[in-house]
Design a protein around this ligand. Structure first.
Ligand code: SF4
Length: 412
């Protein structure tokens, strides 16, 4: 009977999956083929992604307790997929001062964070000194906190203002407290696509130059892709090929993170005929292909719960993902484009979601050192989240009586 499960898999896909599981590196064309798998091929692909995940990373699922801090939403770059940026004169434009940034870092520390992730718009009134001052202010207050900050777009902008050689500039930031950089602003590393979705953003070669220089300067980074808009499977496969090539040279990527396009509120979907984000099958296919294609070079495949939602995120743990990403605490980049899966996923909820899939939650550092394995739920630490007041629905008399009682602690 079990043979029926795999009986319909095409010989071509079967051969590619077999090769990937036997340890042969896949060709870009093979990744492109897998990214179009349907039916029995699709099911076999997800299963192969999961088997490779078990071989590469076992049953641990990691997460990091972190807080996003956006220091400004003022930006004039004009990416067509962005719902986050504002021009200076708009009423909801903001430019946070150092005291506010340090306050947010303090809130993060009190809630158990080991990392702050700092990114912002490209504010024309700022320069390289501003970026360094942010690092110095946070490190002065919290020397132990890991600072994961400044996308290659922000590095490009601030580096050009500095007039320094790129490696010197990165070392200057590193010495001020920069720990790692986000591998965002990658979108699709193909200039034909970039000219449409982010015409004023750094080009492919500059992204590669900055990320390579960062790795050479001791600053590791994540690697990302944004999919589900105007790209084809070929673009995604070539993007994966480029990421693997960089990793082969530098070894500096900590993980690969597929980021689905959030379409609701931006120009790219509403006025430029982009697709309305990826389907669930596309999300899961890419997780599996990332696992199979990038092994053994990149061993951590992270899903984005903000983009997928916690339920699809759980399923992705059975397709090749081994990392649940960050708790975030505050998220506005996806939300402002229309994502509706929340801004904060506390550690206790991460542990629950991971355990529901029969896996072991592990708190990690930004660079994947294990900080704590949570094998026994009875030994879990208490929540550090502030109590939440929930708005209730239901009969008014019942609701009013309960709303008068104390707010509930977040669920474990
Ligand atoms: S994606 Fe970043 S660089 Fe592009 S418009 Fe938005 S904030 Fe600016």
């Amino acid at each position: 009977m079990l043979e029926r499960l795999l009986g319909d898999v095409s010989p071509e896909v079967s051969e590619i999956l077999d090769a990937a599981l036997s340890g042969r590196e896949l060709a870009v064309e093979e990744a492109e083929r897998l990214l179009q798998a349907t039916g029995a091929d699709f099911q076999a692909l997800l299963r192969a992604g999961d088997v490779a995940r078990a071989d590469d990373r076992g049953d641990d699922v990691s997460f990091v307790i972190c807080r996003n801090i956006n220091f400004t939403n003022v930006c004039y770059v004009g990416c067509t997929f962005c719902g986050f940026s504002r021009h200076r004169e708009e009423p909801d434009a903001y430019d946070r001062d150092m005291a506010t940034l340090v306050e947010k870092a303090e809130d993060a520390v009190l809630r158990g964070a080991t990392e702050v992730c700092i990114q912002g718009g490209i504010h024309p009134g700022k320069d390289h000194n501003h970026y360094r001052e942010i690092l110095l202010a946070i490190k002065r207050a919290f020397p132990e906190l890991h600072i994961h900050a400044f996308s290659p777009e922000e590095i490009d902008f601030s580096h050009r203002k500095s007039g320094m050689p790129l490696h010197d500039y990165l070392a200057w930031l590193r010495d001020a407290g920069l720990g790692t950089i986000p591998g965002t602003a990658a979108e699709i590393l193909d200039d034909e696509i970039r000219k449409v979705i982010s015409p004023n953003k750094l080009r492919r070669d500059r992204w590669v130059e900055i990320v390579t220089a960062a790795h050479e300067s001791g600053l590791r980074s994540t690697a990302t892709v944004m999919y589900g808009h105007i790209e084809t499977p070929g673009h995604v496969a070539r993007h994966l090929g480029l990421i693997r090539e960089i990793q082969r040279r530098t070894g500096g990527f900590t993980e690969f993170v597929p980021l689905g396009f959030i379409h609701e509120k931006n120009v790219l979907f509403n006025h430029m005929d982009a697709r309305p984000g990826a389907s669930v099958s596309e999300d899961l296919r890419l997780i599996a292909v990332s696992r199979l294609f990038l092994r053994p070079w990149i061993r951590n495949i992270q899903m984005s719960w903000v983009k997928l939602g916690p339920k699809v995120a759980q399923i992705s743990l059975q397709c090749g993902a081994n990392d649940f990403g960050g708790t975030l605490m505050e998220e506005s980049i996806s939300r402002e484009s229309g994502a509706d899966f929340g801004e904060n996923l506390p550690a206790e909820q991460m542990r629950r979601l991971i355990r529901e899939m029969g896996r072991v939650p592990v708190q990690r550092s930004t660079t994947y050192e294990v900080l704590q394995r949570f094998e026994d739920p009875a030994q879990d630490p208490p929540s550090l989240e502030p109590p939440q007041v929930r708005e209730l629905s239901g009969p008014a008399r019942w609701r009013n009586a309960n709303e008068r009682s104390a707010p509930v602690a977040p669920p474990r």
